[in-house]
Design a protein around this ligand. Structure first.
Ligand code: FRU
Length: 475
């Protein structure tokens, strides 16, 4: 079968190889930089991860620059793991803004180790750059001996920010009692760091917290993180690893002494099948954007069927806003609308076949229950209480278009608007102004996209979408 229909046009994916977490997100001197976990040699076994790199001037057209941070020093021999970017106003040699990248060097010592308490090293590494393209030398700024004594060897994924007093870093960690937590570090210059304590939840909440992020919206601080070891919880769908956020109490910050995380307020970012390890950044217009990995660790479903030589993609950039009830709404960056091509009519109720495999579908003024079915197999439905995403019929079989995905749902009180982005083998669903979001991969076999609508809405529009990542060989 021709698998080219599964390639994405506006969800970032590598030309070949494996992608996971977004890293080093920023806008520097007008250019958006999206680094990402990358193993170009995948599916070759044990290919260590480094950082791949995409750039764009407009969040619409992207260029991939290959693997730009290689796991080529003794402090990252088993992988250059996830990390972040900090823009330094006026710090470049030419007086313009410069960039700092902070990430984790992962080393698994050869031998008979459990790689939790022994046998693993986690160094935090700094790279500086004046333009985001030419990367300077690597400097190790923290090693295992610098972390609190109650930590295991699992310490990673630095997120760094500055305030009036200097620099702060949070790291995801696992302690010796197998509880997830955040380590707090502080520094005067972003180079010399000392431990400034731990931020925990009073109750245990998973054995490891990965990819912490600090997100400030309307002055309110939120901790975003990915707790591992959640499979027993009723809302976890049996998935070990989850991704969500917790608002910090009003007026407090992670760096305030005694800060603690109230996990009863934990909200998942995305209730679909394929979402993990998101990272946020503030762009030059002041918007907070979030990009996630459209994949999950150790899934019970497939993301590279039929021997694909590439695996996974990122979500589109999502603009974050805080709603009155404390929920963070997520909507696609409006720039994506520039990829809209011909508007295609949608009949409600009815079925339409849209040309190609990329579409932006927008429903407004929805009343009552709704069912939107793609290719007769992926059903997005609202029943008055829940929003669901279900692979129906043969689509939910391991060899069906869901490649083993079955059903996900999220409580939702009302639905008046729905936006669905379909892009090759990626689908993102934004309901009720981004109050509920569901992402999934799928592997459709038809040449054109069929959209069936059942329900009632005042307006139903669809556009076929262009390609923001044209293959240079085809250009
Ligand atoms: C999350 C994660 C990070 C780590 C990276 C390695 O998906 O496990 O904690 O830095 O992936 O690729």
């Amino acid at each position: 079968m021709d698998c080219s229909r599964w390639k994405m046009g506006f969800h970032l994916m590598p030309p070949t190889g494996w992608l996971n977490d977004p890293n080093g997100l920023c806008q520097l001197r007008g250019t958006y930089h999206v680094f990402h976990q990358y193993s170009p040699a995948w599916p070759a076994p044990d290919a260590p991860r480094g950082w791949g790199h995409f750039t764009s001037r407009d969040l619409v057209t992207w260029e991939h620059h290959g693997m730009v941070v290689q796991p080529d020093t003794a402090d990252e021999a088993s992988g250059s793991y996830s990390g972040c970017a900090v823009v330094m106003p006026g710090a470049a040699a030419d007086g313009g803004d410069a960039l700092r990248l902070y990430y984790t060097g992962n080393v698994k010592e050869p031998g008979d180790f459990d790689y939790i308490r022994t046998g693993r090293r986690a160094a935090q590494i700094l790279i500086e750059s004046d333009d985001g393209m030419a990367l300077g030398p690597k400097r190790v700024i923290l090693r295992n001996a610098d972390y609190p004594a109650d930590c295991t060897c699992h310490v990673r994924d630095p997120k760094v920010w500055r305030d009036g007093d200097g620099w702060w870093m949070i790291l995801g960690a696992r302690d010796v009692e197998d509880r997830g937590l955040i380590l707090l570090m502080r520094s005067k210059d972003g180079v010399l760091w000392t431990s400034a304590g731990e931020v925990r939840s009073p109750e245990p909440f998973g054995y490891m917290w990965e990819c912490p992020d600090r997100i400030v919206l309307d002055g309110r601080v939120h901790l975003s993180f990915c707790p591992q070891g959640m499979e027993g919880l009723p809302w976890s769908n049996g998935m070990r690893d989850q991704s969500g956020y917790v608002p910090m109490p009003d007026g407090t910050d992670l760096s305030v002494p005694g800060a603690s995380v109230d996990v009863r307020a934990f909200r998942r970012w995305d209730a679909g099948f394929d979402f993990y390890a998101p990272q946020s950044f503030t762009d030059e217009t002041g918007r907070t954007l979030l990009i996630g990995w459209m994949g999950v660790p150790e899934p019970p479903f497939d993301s590279a069927p039929c021997g694909l030589t590439w695996c996974h993609c990122l979500t589109v950039p999502r603009v974050l806003t805080r709603l009155a009830d404390g929920t963070i709404a997520q909507l696609p960056a409006p720039e994506l609308e520039r990829l809209r091509e011909a508007e295609e009519p949608l009949a409600v109720p009815g079925t339409m076949v849209l040309p190609g495999r990329r579409a932006d579908i927008e429903l407004a003024g929805i009343e009552g229950p709704l069912r939107l079915t793609l290719d007769g197999g992926l059903q997005i439905a609202f029943d008055g209480r829940e929003l669901s995403c279900t692979f129906i019929g043969d689509a939910c079989r391991p060899d069906g278009i869901g490649a083993g995905r079955t059903r996900r749902l999220v409580p939702l009180e009302s639905l008046s608007s729905l936006r669905v982005l379909v892009d090759g083998s990626a689908v993102e669903v934004f309901a009720e102004g981004g109050r509920a979001v569901m992402s999934t991969r799928w592997f459709p076999v038809a040449d054109a996209l069929s959209v069936s609508l059942d329900g009632c809405c005042a307006s139903a529009r669809a556009w076929s979408m262009g390609d923001g990542m044209p293959d240079p060989a085809e250009a």
